[in-house]
Structure formats: structure tokens, C-alpha cells
Design a protein around this ligand. Structure first.
Ligand SMILES: Cc1cc2nc3c(=O)[nH]c(=O)nc-3n(C[C@H](O)[C@H](O)[C@H](O)COP(=O)(O)OP(=O)(O)OC[C@H]3O[C@@H](n4cnc5c(N)ncnc54)[C@H](O)[C@@H]3O)c2cc1C
Length: 379
């Protein structure tokens, strides 16, 4: 998010910008841990709009930003078993279509045809958007970072933001572990740590970190999922399949098969140690949907942090309490894919341009006012 805002500001001629990163490398927070999924299939019109603009930018990323991002539009397939979810997703399909998304309602048999190898027991229907897909989060981040730097933005690493000084309720200075920077504007793009930046100003930024695991599976005996033996056992494409009720999902990733699932017992916290005792629970659910995983070897795993807001929608825009304080955080597990459009919108707001985007659903003030509905289609 930080790199996207910096790139878009620079594109608007605003290059007097410093991007501050605590770690040695960029994209080692949530962005470095994510599954790379990009989808149009959201339940909230504002998220559909962010997806349309972002995926379109990813399609032209190399030409516009100069770095390839390995976008594969092999689709997302949501499998639905409960009648309440069938009804909700049928409504979503109508909404997405009304917003120009190429999405289809599929019977279980039709779903099996796009993703061979699935066990469809209990599945009542599915939604499929062939324009969804997967891309490279590191490529997107580095592309924005390099492009911003080339236009004059400064990126400082291994530097921690420690405090923000105000003058008459306006941002005046950022204090870091390597000295202070005078500035009238601060953008909080601290992902799962966004709350701690807000706390420096006494502003409640309700973003909670939540650990999520990703596992990589290889076929038994060191073979390849491309071997003819697996042609009907796993999809040949990089289609991302989600069993919506359990949140188990997978897609092909390099030579392996990437999969994950939310843990209903997880509590908020910054710990990203891999809990190997969680793997058997995931496998139990996974093999019911993708039997090929029963004999697979899990070669490695990692965990990262979702950045959850109470309504699972992001916070994008200015604080109403502090002049010069902006947020772009709390994307609740779908931020990689929205970074191009979200960064563009916030850069327009900061530059004083009309973003041509209704930011009400993403306003920080909504949590106190409890005025808007959130995103239901999270994984
Ligand atoms: C397992 C997993 C799977 C996911 N899958 C997907 C997916 O398929 N598709 C998708 O769109 N999204 C996915 N996400 C969510 C996505 O990764 C995030 O929404 C997104 O990366 C958020 O980006 P960000 O820039 O806000 O946060 P981050 O990438 O975390 O960046 C915040 C940065 O701020 C820095 N920082 C924090 N505090 C300070 C400080 N005080 N001083 C200096 N620097 C600081 C951190 O070091 C970090 O680099 C997934 C997340 C996880 C964990």
C-alpha cells in the first residue's frame, strides 16, 4: 500500500515523499506472505470497483510501471454448500454482473469441468469468474517502489516510525529510529500494525492482526503435478478454488500446490510462528474437497498476518480528527489485489484531485457512526 501510494503521488508530480520501512526489505510484512489471489468476486460494490481497476492495472503493469507481475487469469471458483450462501452468492453474481464483471453461476458438474479433481459432495453450486487469477505480490511492490524512486521518492529501510508530533492538531513531524522528518502529511500504510501508528496520535485505527497459514504440497514420491497421472486429480491451470464454508482454498504454485484455510480458533496477535499442529485439521478438510492431497507431501509452510477491521472493509482516506493524517490499511486479507486502485485513489485525495470514487464505505469515521455495511465475501 505504501509503495502504491508513493508511486501514484510521484506520477502526479508529488515527489517530496519519504517511504519509511522498518524491515531490511520491502514486502516482508503481510504482502510477502500472501497467496497472490486477485478476484472481482466481492459482495460490496466498492470492493468490486477496486478490483476492476486494480486487475486492469495489473494487466498493463509491465508497460505502465516497468516490472512484470506474472498475472495468470485462470479464474476463481467459489464452492457453495449451504443454502444461505447459495442465495447470497446468487445475489452477488447479479451485483457483480451489474458492475460489468464476467462471472457465472455453475452447477457442481460444470464446476468440476473447470477444476478437475474436486470432490463435489454436498456442493449445491459454484460461482466462477475467468478474469480472476493470481499475480506476484513482490513484483507489484518492487515495481511501485522502483518507479517511485526513479521519480525522486526516497525509500528508507531499517527505520522505524516511533512517533508523530502535532502542531495545533496538524501533523508536523515524524520521529523515527534514525531522526525526524518535518512534514504536514503522514500516510499510515502499516498493514497489520496500523493501529500502533494511530495510537501515536490518539486516533483509534481498528485493525487487528490475525495469523493465517499457507502450506505447499508436492505430489508423493517427488513427482510433478504435471505428470499425466494427476491430470484428473488436480487442475492443470492456476485456478484458485475456495470451499467457501470451510475457507479451504488452493491453487497451483510453481511445482507445488499452495493451500490454506482460516482457523476459527485463532485469536488476534502478531505471532507468525507456523503451528504445525494446525496442519492435520486443514488436511482433514482439504482431502474431502481435493482427494489428491491425501498422499501429498507438505514441503513447507509459512504464516502471515491478515489485517482485520470490524466490518472487513479497508480504511482509506483522511482522519477527521487530525489534519494531515491519512490511512490506507485494514484490507482484511484482500489487500494485495486492491493495492493499485487504493493507492491511486488515496494519491488523488492527497493531491487535491477528485478521486472519482466514493470513499464513504472506507471512511475511518464509519466505525464510530456505524453507518455502512461491510464486506461479506472474505476467505
Ligand atoms: C496468508 C495470507 C494470504 C493472503 N492472501 C491474499 C490474497 O490471495 N490476495 C490478496 O489480495 N491479499 C491476500 N492477503 C492479504 C494481503 O497480504 C494484505 O492485505 C496486504 O499485503 C496488506 O498490504 P499492506 O501494505 O497494507 O501491509 P504490509 O505488507 O504488512 O506492509 C506494512 C509495512 O509497514 C511496516 N511497518 C509497520 N509498522 C512500522 C513502523 N512503525 N515503522 C516503519 N515501518 C512499519 C511493516 O514492516 C510492513 O512492511 C493475504 C495475507 C496473508 C497473511
Amino acid at each position: 500500500m505504501g509503495c502504491s501510494v508513493a508511486w501514484h503521488l510521484a506520477e502526479r508530480g508529488i515527489t517530496n515523499v519519504v517511504l519509511i520501512e522498518r524491515e531490511q526489505q520491502l514486502a516482508t510484512g503481510s504482502t510477502g506472505k500472501n497467496a497472490g489471489g486477485v478476484r472481482h468476486q466481492f459482495s460490496h460494490p466498492a470492493n468490486i470497483a477496486l478490483s476492476r481497476e486494480s486487475i486492469d492495472m495489473m494487466k498493463h503493469f509491465e508497460a505502465r510501471v516497468g516490472v512484470p507481475v506474472d498475472l495468470h487469469q485462470d479464474g476463481y471458483l467459489f464452492l457453495l454448500s449451504k443454502s444461505a450462501n447459495v442465495a447470497a452468492f446468487q445475489k452477488n453474481v447479479a451485483l457483480q454482473k451489474a458492475h460489468g464483471v464476467n462471472v457465472q453461476w455453475l452447477s457442481p458438474q460444470e464446476a468440476l469441468a473447470v477444476a478437475p479433481g474436486l470432490d463435489m459432495a454436498g456442493v449445491r453450486g459454484a460461482t466462477y469468474c475467468p478474469d480472476d487469477g493470481v499475480a506476484d505480490p513482490n513484483g507489484v511492490t518492487q515495481g511501485f517502489a522502483k518507479g517511485a524512486q526513479a521519480r525522486g521518492v526516497e525509500i528508507v529501510r531499517e527505520t522505524e516510525v516511533m512517533g508523530i508530533r502535532l502542531e495545533r492538531n496538524r501533523v508536523a513531524e515524524v520521529r523515527t529510529s534514525r531522526g525526524s522528518i518535518a512534514t504536514p502529511i503522514v500516510v499510515n500504510a502499516a498493514g497489520p500494525w496500523a493501529k500502533s501508528i494511530g495510537r501515536m496520535l490518539g486516533v483509534d485505527v481498528p485493525v487487528e492482526p490475525e495469523r493465517r497459514h499457507i502450506f505447499i504440497a508436492q505430489p508423493p514420491g517427488g513427482g510433478s503435478w504435471d505428470d499425466p497421472a494427476y491430470s484428473n486429480a488436480v487442475p492443470a491451470s492456476k485456478i484458485l478454488v475456495i470451499d467457501f464454508e470451510s475457507t479451504f482454498y488452493f491453487h497451483r504454485e510453481g511445482k507445488g500446490l499452495l493451500f490454506g484455510m482460516g482457523d476459527p480458533d485463532e485469536t488476534p496477535g502478531f505471532d507468525i510462528t507456523v503451528r504445525w499442529d494446525f496442519l492435520p485439521k486443514v488436511i482433514e478438510v482439504a482431502i474431502r474437497r481435493l482427494p489428491a492431497l491425501a498422499d501429498a507431501a507438505v514441503s513447507h509452510a509459512w504464516a502471515g498476518l491478515y489485517e482485520m477491521t470490524p466490518d472487513h472493509n479497508a480504511i482509506i482516506g483522511p482522519s477527521e480528527d487530525i489534519d494531515g493524517f491519512y490511512c490506507i490499511a485494514g484490507f482484511s486479507g484482500h489487500g494485495f489485489q486492491h493495492s493499485p486502485a487504493a493507492g491511486r485513489v488515496l494519491a488523488d485525495v492527497i493531491a487535491g484531485r477528485d478521486p472519482k470514487f466514493d470513499l464513504v464505505p472506507f471512511a475511518l469515521s464509519r466505525f464510530a457512526a456505524r453507518t455502512v455495511r461491510g464486506e461479506a465475501n472474505i476467505v
